[in-house]
Design a protein around this ligand. Sequence first.
Ligand code: FAD
Ligand code: NAP
Length: 339
Amino acid sequence: MTTNWQERVSLKPYNTFGIDVLARYFAQAHDDDEVRQALAEAGARQLPVLVIGGGSNLLLTGDIDALVLHMASRGRRLLCDEGERVVVEAEAGEPWHPFVQWSLEQGLCGLENLSLIPGTVGAAPMQNVGAYGVEIKDVFAGLTALDRQTGELRDFSLEECDFGYRDSLFKREPGRWLILRVRFVLGRSLNAHLDYGPVRQRLAEQGVETVTAKAISAAICSIRREKLPDPAELGNAGSFFKNPVVTGALAERIRAQYPNVVAYPQADGQVKLAAGWLIEQAGWKGHREGDAGVHRLQSLVLVNYGQASGAQLHALAQRIQADILERFGVTLEMEPNLY
Ligand code: FAD
Ligand code: NAP
């Protein structure tokens, strides 16, 4: 066995829900060679491999009978600097928020609205992470992934990733692509996105007169710290459900009964509903079953008060889904990856 493989390792420190399940084997990959070595060895032993980053988008419902490979590669660099347009690259294991902060320190704009999202650079393309009106697809320059079926490296362009709302080719082909490094195209001038939620208002409250990328980042960090539970204090995986996008006709039927429904018309005529509003309206906010619960301030976030199992959280999620379907005719889709 390779020296850095460990047997029967608790994954509690490796998932932000804090769920205590065991990995049959656990290893860290610090570079491409260690990734290849781990995959080869797992292949030789016919062991499945689960790749993880920060574990902030996982719901682990039982022990993992596999090699859990934790991406621990580091490195971030300017690849190409054309003055106004700068391409940066980071290794998959780089923690996301420090990478955003580093880009801001370089005087680069583009990632500020994505501040304080947990997790790693390598996982960000999986669901095209997004917040406050920006998704990584808006600043994406490319990525390099290992095809686990063929062992070959492949560079993906923006179009090839086929990003959607909290979605990508990589999410739709689970287990095939291991993302090694990601590139972003950033600018030196700010193209500010302030019209989402309370961002503009928070900047005003903070007395910001000249809006900079760093000021937007600071405003968003302060909003997020107020609204979202810190996984270090209360286990969670952020939004547990995607915001459902429904037909205009269904949105109108819901509005007829609930005139204050929170709804955002989309360019294609469909309507995005705030899942958090639906869940709150149905009375789930603050609901608790043992140690599994719905956060008392943010109904889109399921929380682990301590000893909840993944199965308990999943069962709670399923009850919420069934209730929302019955009340509103809306199907809620889970956002975290279930294992
Ligand atoms: P993990 O949870 O470790 O893995 C997620 C999935 O990606 C798994 O299927 C895993 O197998 C796969 N994976 C991980 N690394 C790789 C790799 N290198 N190659 C291939 N597959 C890989 N998300 C948003 O979009 N917007 C938000 O604003 C946001 N806010 C959040 C706030 C909180 C408090 C929390 C807890 C979560 C939030 N999230 C948000 C969800 C989560 O942080 C992101 O989805 C993040 O990108 C997950 O990264 P991770 O490294 O933790 O991935
Ligand atoms: P919020 O500001 O209370 O808004 C509620 C929902 O309405 C959001 O989910 C957002 O959808 C949508 N929304 C708000 N303003 C909008 C606009 N101008 N146009 C279109 N849609 C709008 O949301 P929040 O829960 O505090 O989260 C703030 C941002 O951080 C959101 O973008 C959210 O997605 C992101 N976030 C994501 C996670 C995660 O785990 N995925 C966790 C925390 C926060 P969208 O979600 O589609 O943006």
